[in-house]
Structures are given as structure tokens and as C-alpha cells.
Design a protein around this ligand. Structure first.
Ligand SMILES: [Fe+2]
Ligand SMILES: [Fe+2]
Length: 308
């Protein structure tokens, strides 16, 4: 009987699964969770510790897996589902991460991109409706320095920042959310260990790192289904408003407002997830290292967010 891969990020919450779930070890499929069990608490942590991105189900169970996903998403978006906000946020976070992984792996696929784009709008609505969701997302540790999880965190920070800045246009918010989700596209394809402070990079590594925004957008420029705003965010998310960022050193008046927001949001999660700066230190570090690089109002809002 043949097995098909499923994304671990889609397995969240207390809903019992209607399929057996396998892990692959040395080319063998080992039963990890049985029909009737669920992916909450200790089981989810055990799975996260394994840093697995894919699990497997039997091909015959694909229909049951789809049903499980649909029900999970329905519950997560429904405030009246009776599920705690922590569970609902975990499901939405996981589903958003799965869509990001899909685009990172299959950028050529128009349907995959459009799915992620539609999901980006729902993600904006969810975050703006559920006040505790951002806090919950920020407590999910990025154990394997996963670029898609980083994308979800940056996206949630960017959406919240935009909302506090009064950015109301739903189209702009959708593109902001999607661009933030995919901003580090290049890191998915260029295996540079980015999860450490930049002063630990060798000169060669730093040179390569400084090209990641432009290399990412170049890799995607022939894909006509990508929105220009998304490509711009990918190309500009490491620029500073004083013109001293990279790769182009563009000043504020040459930068798209959405790129400026993602750049600020990205800085917070770089400190949190990749440089492992303690939360209590982050407001100080943001101000000390990045005053002048990002709008002061952004740094102030992000500091308030991380203080909780
Ligand atoms: Fe980046
Ligand atoms: Fe990033």
C-alpha cells in the first residue's frame, strides 16, 4: 500500500484524526499516531522536537485527511466553536505555515500561490478580530529556525503593525500579509545558516547574505502570477529608511510602504527567533541598534507588542 506525504504544520488541535499517521525512518514508514488520537499537548511537542516537516498517511486515507483539515479550519475561524483561542490560533498558524511551505516549494504553481493569497486575507481578518492571537503566535518557539514559521510570525507582526498605523485597505493588507509570509524566499533555496547574529558571519557569508533579497526576487521574476507588491517586499525587506540597508541602500522615499512595515516586523523576529535575544531585552535592542533604520513609531509599537 502506498504512502503519501502530509505537512506536519497542518496537524494541530484536539480533533481526533481519522487516519493513521506515519513517520519515515530509514525508508520505512513507522506508525506514529493512530486513528482516533489527536495532535495536542505532549504529542505535538514530541513531533516538534523531531523537527519533521512531513509525515505520511496511506493513500486510501487522503479523503479522511482532507475532511480533518476542513473541520479544523472551520473550528479555528469560528469564535463560537467552543475551542480555546490557543488551539484556534495554533491551527490557523499551522495552516498559514503550510501554505507558505507550499509556495516556497512550488513557486511555479499558480493554484498554490492563489491559495496562499486567499489564505492571507483570512489570516488578516483572524488577527484583527482575535486580540490574543498575535501573543499566542509569538510564544510558539521556532525550534528548527523554519523559514515558513518565521514568515508567519513576521506576517502577524506586520498585520498588527499596519492595523495600529491605521492601514485599512484590505487589498494592501492582503499583499502585506502574503509578502511578509514569503519575504525570505531566498533562504529556503540558499542554505546559509542565518540563525545567528550577523557579526558571527564570515565576510563571504555576509556578502551572500546581503544579496538574499535581490536573489530571491530574481528567482521569482519570471513567475507572472506573483504580485508586484509581493516581489517588492521580497526585494526591499532588508532596506533601512536612512538608505543604509541592503542590498540597494534605497532611502525611505524610494521604498514601498509595505516593504518598510515588513522590514520593521522582520527585525523583531530576527532578534527573537534567530538571535535568541531574551524578550525583556528586545525593546532596548530595537532602540539601540535600529533607531534611524526603521520609523520610530514602528519601533515603539513593536516594543509595546513584545512587552505584551
Ligand atoms: Fe531577510
Ligand atoms: Fe526574515
Amino acid at each position: 500500500m502506498s504512502h503519501v506525504p502530509i505537512r506536519v504544520s497542518t496537524l494541530r488541535g484536539d480533533q481526533p484524526i481519522e487516519f493513521d499517521a506515519y513517520v519515515k525512518i530509514n525508508d520505512k514508514h513507522i506508525l506514529f499516531l493512530r486513528r482516533g488520537d489527536s495532535f495536542e499537548g505532549a504529542r505535538l511537542s514530541r513531533l516538534k522536537e523531531k523537527k519533521l516537516k512531513k509525515m505520511f498517511i496511506l493513500q486510501d486515507d487522503e479523503h479522511n485527511y482532507r475532511k480533518y483539515l476542513e473541520r479544523n479550519i472551520e473550528n479555528a475561524f469560528d469564535p463560537k466553536s467552543g475551542k480555546p483561542i490557543e488551539t484556534r490560533t495554533e491551527i490557523v498558524q499551522g495552516a498559514t505555515q503550510a501554505r507558505a511551505e507550499d509556495v516556497l516549494e512550488n513557486a511555479d504553481n499558480v493554484d498554490v500561490y492563489n491559495d496562499a493569497k486567499a489564505g492571507a486575507s483570512k489570516f488578516v481578518e483572524f488577527l484583527n478580530r482575535e486580540n490574543q492571537a498575535l501573543h499566542q503566535i509569538l510564544t510558539m518557539e521556532n525550534l528548527d529556525q523554519n523559514i515558513a514559521q518565521h514568515g508567519v510570525t513576521v506576517s502577524s507582526l506586520a498585520i498588527t503593525l499596519a492595523s495600529r498605523l491605521g492601514l485599512k485597505d484590505s487589498k494592501q493588507n492582503q499583499l502585506l500579509s502574503l509578502g511578509a509570509l514569503l519575504h525570505d524566499y531566498e533562504h529556503f533555496h540558499q542554505p546559509l545558516n542565518i540563525a545567528r547574529p550577523l557579526d558571527q558571519f564570515t565576510p563571504e557569508e555576509l556578502e551572500l547574505y546581503k544579496q538574499h533579497p535581490i536573489n530571491g526576487s530574481r528567482r521569482l521574476q519570471d513567475k507572472k502570477h506573483f504580485d508586484q507588491s509581493v516581489l517588492k517586499i521580497i526585494a526591499q525587506h532588508e532596506e533601512f529608511i536612512d538608505g543604509k540597508g541592503f542590498p540597494q541602500g534605497l532611502p525611505e522615499n524610494k521604498l514601498d510602504i509595505l516593504s518598510i512595515i515588513v522590514a520593521s516586523a522582520n527585525k523583531l523576529d530576527r532578534l527573537l527567533s534567530f538571535e535568541k535575544v531574551p524578550r525583556s531585552e528586545i525593546p532596548k535592542q530595537l532602540m539601540m541598534r535600529y533607531t534611524g533604520c526603521h520609523p520610530l513609531e514602528h519601533l515603539q509599537i513593536l516594543s509595546e507588542i513584545i512587552k505584551g
